[in-house]
Ligand binder design. Structure first.
Ligand code: GLA
Length: 745
């Protein structure tokens, strides 16, 4: 058993002012291969968090010390025990307004206008296996998983919360979510319902978070947590380029390869908030969930609200180990099973090659030139539908523009398949242009405050995906296109933040539901499409990586990482992304030089090596390539085939520390059995007469002998990990090198 409940005593104490409340005190221990997560139901029924960290079989309740702190009040039944305060006790799912002044996990307005919420333990169940969530993405079932559901109740307002803990022993992962139920007779209004709340009684932490902007997503920043509240989040209706729903709490001395690190990743693609509060006692609370700002969900009697899932993991060996745990989980239990092993096609995308300026002949010429170099799929990006020659019109009208193309999509697709290639198409399903037939017919289908002019962004509006008729319409119009031609891939874009989030389908008092209902509609559309087209590969996208999260990865095994395809910029973007997400999820392409976003010139080999730390593809005009470049791309395709499996399934190590001023970036992939590895190195600042870069490798067998590809050299894993590999001949702009290692004994 990985989940245990050890009963301490049976008491009849409860609240003396109320009727008897039977409480069973005891300890919950949730164990994974290397970690222990421990909670205690105390005699008041408060669910305390005791410990999360390296595995031990002790009762960790000795860590909770009660003593009186001024201005930290006591529950009435404990009025004689002044050290007992919800304000200082470590709690699993903190309410509000009842003596805990820190950030809360749940906030609820009851019929009399009170905002007080006080949850106490009622019962629990422990089971094997789970059916998954309905309507939301979830971490899939594993053979050895167990589920603990702890039922908490606030009897005064009739609120019940089922706290769900799923333990994945092999992955060292605990997945949390909450189901909030109105068991009373009167409506309740939920204003906050977090997915996870974890109190760290001790420790001084830095937080690693991932901020950014369009064309520079998931920049890793490590900051020391000050006293008070630090928060990151998005109110853009999408997980956003600006703050990823993933944070890592790190011991102040932790590095890539040493020290305590705790990750919390929200499996959600809409508004989110991660709060970290260091309180008066120095303990740290982490709360993650749907952003409460603007969220107001009415629960009629008997109704329930399910939060998204939060994926927790702990590593005592630094960030690389924590990343491996998330990578393995996402590869094995988040993305759809069929994409776990199936190689992803190397594609060429038409966007930076042609933008809106193409017809079928041009696309076919691209395809033929790409096929000649070994590229496997042609993706026709934006501009093939409705009236769409620039970004001012056409979204919502998913009808092939045969006039522009010069032929039906079926014909183009067949010709591409005749070349031996697969074919993919771009969609932006959740959007509508003002200048579109759909908007002229159904202006009320767009989210918009009825008394204001809409906020436009890229000339477009957002469809109200909370309306079933909108989801039906988009589903049917996408199916018409997908059924009429052979299409193996869809790029699913989302090119603006949501403003004016007002749904014409909801009454005024329920407008606080519009943003989450939007996400539920989008998930439903994705669910319907993936069920109807089980072999369709969907690549997520949102102006690059504006919706790069575990929620989207449930439906789309890969996500376009950024609209910035400059390889030097990509080093930072892909590094930041790699903390939580595997490279097999990161869409990365070789684009033209000079780069379209920055004007920077880089060697084709550098672009290739950096795009290889992703799903790998091309996004350039193949007709403009020289013969030399074509030969080099053929070689890149050969390398890709040789390394694809190692890159997609191996352990990924960052070989440089964050912000330590190195003039290079280096990373490596090591196969799970440590029999082969691939080291990639990019010099970001070449210096005359400079120090020779020496990179210490990771993850090899210390006593194994590895052959360095292309040389006669054999070196032990220990030498490579402690003495490193050196890169003496470095010259030019952003030169990149790759070393393949094979275990020979
Ligand atoms: C977004 C995507 C790009 C491209 C354009 C098309 O910006 O991120 O890759 O598909 O839309 O309009």
């Amino acid at each position: 058993m990985n989940i245990r409940f050890l009963e301490e005593s049976e008491t009849q104490k409860g609240n003396p002012e109320k009727t008897e409340q039977k409480t069973t005190a005891g300890i919950f221990s949730l164990e994974t291969a290397h970690t222990l997560y421990q909670m205690k139901v105390d005699e008041q029924g408060v669910l305390l968090h005791l410990y999360y960290g390296q595995k031990t079989d002790e009762d960790m309740s000795y860590r909770v010390c009660l003593f009186d702190r001024g201005f930290s009040g006591n529950p009435y039944e404990m009025r004689l025990t002044r050290g007992y305060s919800l304000d200082t006790l470590p709690q699993e799912y903190a309410g509000r307004g009842v003596g805990d002044f820190r950030v809360s996990a749940v906030e609820c307005v009851s019929a009399n206008g009170s905002r007080s919420t006080d949850l106490r333990y009622v019962s629990h169940t422990i089971e094997k296996g789970h059916a998954g969530l309905t309507g939301l993405p979830y971490v899939r079932e594993s053979d050895d998983m167990e589920v603990l559901v702890i039922t908490m109740r606030d009897p005064v307002i009739g609120l019940r919360v089922d706290l769900n803990y799923r333990v994945y022993p092999a992955q060292d992962i605990i997945v949390r979510s909450a189901n909030v139920i109105n068991e009373g007779d009167m409506p309740l209004v939920l204003e906050k319902a977090a997915s996870a709340c974890v109190d760290f009684l001790y420790g001084n932490f830095d937080v690693l978070h991932f901020h950014g902007r369009h064309c520079m997503e998931r920049v890793a920043e490590r900051v020391r947590l000050p006293k008070g509240i630090t928060s990151f989040g998005s109110r853009r209706g999408m997980s956003s380029h600006h703050h990823n729903p993933f944070v890592v709490l790190m011991d102040r001395h932790a590095t890539e390869n040493t020290g305590d690190c705790y990750g919390c990743m929200l499996m959600y693609s809409g508004n989110h908030l991660e709060e970290l509060e260091v309180d008066q006692t120095g303990s740290t609370r982490l709360v993650s969930g749907i952003h409460p700002d603007g969220f107001r969900w009415t629960l009629e009697a008997g109704e329930a609200f399910q939060t998204p899932e939060a994926i927790l993991s702990y590593s005592r060996a630094g960030l690389n180990q924590l990343s491996h745990q998330y990578h393995d989980l996402i590869r094995d239990l988040v993305i759809d099973q069929k994409w776990q092993t199936q190689a992803r096609p190397v594609l060429i995308n038409s966007w930076e090659a042609a933008y809106f300026d193409f017809d079928a002949d041009k696309i076919l010429r691209f395809a033929a030139a790409a096929r000649e170099m070994g590229i496997e799929m042609l993706v026709l990006d934006d501009g093939w539908f409705g009236k769409r020659d620039d970004d001012s019109s056409g979204l919502g009208d998913w009808v092939v523009n045969e006039k522009k193309l010069g032929c039906p999509m079926k014909e183009l697709s067949e010709k591409i398949h005749a070349l031996g290639m697969h074919f993919g198409l771009w969609f932006e399903p959740e959007m509508v242009s003002e200048d579109s037939d759909l908007y002229r017919l159904h202006p009320d289908w767009a989210l918009c405050d009825p008394d204001r002019k809409p906020i436009l962004s890229r000339n477009q509006l957002v469809l109200d995906m909370g309306r079933p008729e909108v989801v039906d319409y988009i589903f049917e119009s996408m199916c018409r296109v997908l059924d009429a031609a052979r299409i193996e891939y869809v790029k699913w874009d989302f090119n603006r933040s949501i403003a004016n989030c007002y749904s014409g389908a909801l009454p005024p008092e329920r407008q606080g539901e519009a943003a989450h209902r939007f996400m539920l509609g989008t998930y439903e559309l994705l669910e319907r499409l993936t069920s109807r087209y089980p072999s369709l590969l969907i690549e997520g996208c949102s102006g690059g990586g504006g919706r790069f999260d575990a929620g989207m990865l449930f439906y789309c095994p890969q996500i376009w990482c950024s609209d910035d395809t400059d390889p030097v910029e990509r080093l930072e973007i892909q590094r930041g992304t790699s903390y939580g997400y595997p490279v097999s999820a990161m869409g990365a392409h070789v684009s033209a030089s000079p780069n379209h976003q920055t004007g920077r010139r880089t060697a084709l080999s550098t672009r290739g090596i950096i795009a290889q730390a992703g799903t790998f593809g091309y996004e350039l005009n193949p007709e403009k390539l020289t013969d030399e470049e074509k030969t080099e791309i053929r070689q890149q395709m050969e390398d890709q085939h040789r390394y694809a499996d190692l890159i997609a399934h191996g352990d990924y190590y960052r070989l440089t520390e964050m912000d330590d001023g190195d003039d290079y970036e280096a990373w490596m992939f090591v196969s799970k059995d440590q029999s082969e590895a691939l080291v990639s190195f990019v010099m970001t600042h070449v210096r005359a007469n400079g120090q020779v870069p020496c990179v210490r490798l990771q993850g090899l067998r210390p006593n194994g002998k590895y052959q360095l590809d292309g040389t006669e050299k054999h070196l032990s894993g220990a030498a490579l990990m402690h003495g490193g590999v050196v890169f003496p001949d470095i010259y030019g702009d952003y030169p990149a090198k790759q070393i393949y290692l094979k275990l020979i004994k």
